[in-house]
Design a protein around this ligand. Structure first.
Ligand code: PA5
Length: 428
């Protein structure tokens, strides 16, 4: 049996699971896997892509200081999450900057003012190769890079991560001679973090991408080995969210990591859960307008903001905490002001322990207020556990798609907006 890197505690959920429904979702996912229909499950098998990504990152890290990643949605959020959670400092690690998820000219100007073109590499990421925001920003940055170092050197400093064959970015890359990394066709944008989309920036920042993929692989294997739906973390998580959603107690799903390095994980989850499951029609074509509204929070920070609403506001949310048993740095509060009991009690406590006490106390308070909440635990933030956490929520998303009976892998609701923008901007 594969060791589980992620544990799901649902003792505060107080919502009945429906094992038969979960078994049927599991069977459906297992047969989709067998037919090779769940593209993200094949990520651990992409060995050639992994080696290619590592090699290119190693080469560029030797000569350059900064990587600017240009992407949006699934071509942006995952890489940001990995860098925030796992970045290393030190010689030979590139600083990673992100742009292109917005067309705000002030944000772009701020970045341009800071960049040293002599030591900068651009990584433009777009699966389709034609998304307005990143491509617009890329055209500007490419222009500045060419002006600063000349067309030949600029081409050697641009890496395009895109579809193997199609799209305007592929055409540009071939025409101008950029190095390219593939976005596997079968892996949807928001499931692509552990492909070159997220792995290349991570490798440039010195993160072990092999360990990341190993963690995801372990979680994928554990999921399909665990036949008991009640003990299967991602399946039970999806089952409980589904019950809460159907009963009205969980129209919204809050994800609240208690670790500053996992703040971005919440944003990554919001896209994954929202874009995958918010659908007008079910797989039979019936109008259902389904989907929980995902919300990102951060512990302990949002105890002083959102928690008031979650404890006392409408009974329409589930809260899922992410807890970390041991932190990579340990610091304690010094003993001081012994005569002030409202401060003195802090002395001697380790900050990591305080954070975990706060998480447990918040869970208990929510429970006492009758609010369903659960906790996803990892031992420590490492490449393996972050890979496994991502796999956990990808599997949970796929399972929730089965339970809601919606296609979790398309995004027709995004397309209409894109078409209107294209018309307004005179796109042919
Ligand atoms: O999940 C998705 O498919 C989307 O969020 C895309 O990642 C996003 O629209 C960016 O698309 P692209 O990588 O084609 O530029």
């Amino acid at each position: 049996m594969t060791k589980k890197l992620v544990a799901y505690d649902r003792s505060h959920m107080k919502i009945g699971l429906k094992p038969a429904e979960l078994k049927s979702a599991f069977r459906s996912l297992a047969s989709q896997k067998q037919r090779g229909e769940l593209g993200f499950l094949a990520i651990p098998e992409l060995k050639k892509e992994l080696a290619e990504t590592e090699r290119l990152a190693r080469e560029l890290r030797k000569k350059h200081k900064t990587l600017v990643v240009i992407g949006i949605g699934g071509s942006d959020l995952g890489a940001r999450t990995l860098i925030q959670a796992l970045r290393k400092r030190g010689e030979g690690m590139m600083a990673v900057r992100f742009i292109g998820a917005n067309t705000d000219p002030e944000e772009i100007a701020d970045l341009l003012a800071e960049l040293d073109w002599k030591t900068t590499v651009l990584n433009v990421v777009s699966k389709s190769g034609g998304t307005l925001e990143p491509m617009g920003v890329f055209l500007l940055l490419r222009d500045r890079l060419v002006k600063a170092v000349g067309a030949k050197k600029a081409a050697a400093r641009i890496v395009a991560t895109t579809d193997r064959k199609g799209g305007a970015l592929r055409t540009i890359a071939e025409r101008e001679g950029y190095r390219t990394l593939p976005v596997p066709g079968a892996v949807g944008g928001r499931f692509s973090v552990l492909t070159p989309v997220g792995l290349f920036p991570a490798a440039c920042a010195g993160i072990s991408i092999r360990r990341l993929v190993r963690g995801a692989k372990a979680e994928f294997e554990a999921f399909f080995e665990e036949k008991d739906p009640v003990r299967n973390g991602p399946l039970a998580f999806a089952g409980l969210q589904h019950q809460a959603y159907r009963s009205g107690q969980g129209r919204m799903a809050v994800l609240m990591p208690y670790a500053a390095r996992l703040e971005r994980f919440g944003k990554w989850f919001v896209q994954l859960w929202g874009e995958s499951l918010g659908k007008a029609r079910d797989r039979q074509g019936k109008t259902v307008n389904a989907g929980q509204t995902p919300i990102a929070a951060l512990g302990a920070t949002d105890q002083h903001s959102q928690i008031q609403l979650y404890n006392e506001g409408p009974f329409d949310k589930t809260v899922t905490f992410i807890g970390v048993e041991r932190f990579r740095a340990e610091l304690s509060v010094p003993k001081a002001f012994a005569d002030l009991p409202e401060i003195a009690y802090l002395g001697g406590h380790r900050f990591g322990d305080i954070l975990n006490i706060e998480r447990r106390a918040t869970a208990e308070a929510l429970f006492r207020h009758g609010r369903p909440n659960g906790t996803v635990m990892i031992e420590k933030i490492t490449p393996e556990t972050v890979g496994a956490l991502m796999a956990f929520f990808m599997l949970a998303t796929a399972a929730m798609g089965e339970l809601l009976d919606v296609n979790a892998y398309d995004q027709p609701g995004v397309e209409e907006g894109k078409r209107i923008i294209g018309r307004m901007m005179g796109k042919g």
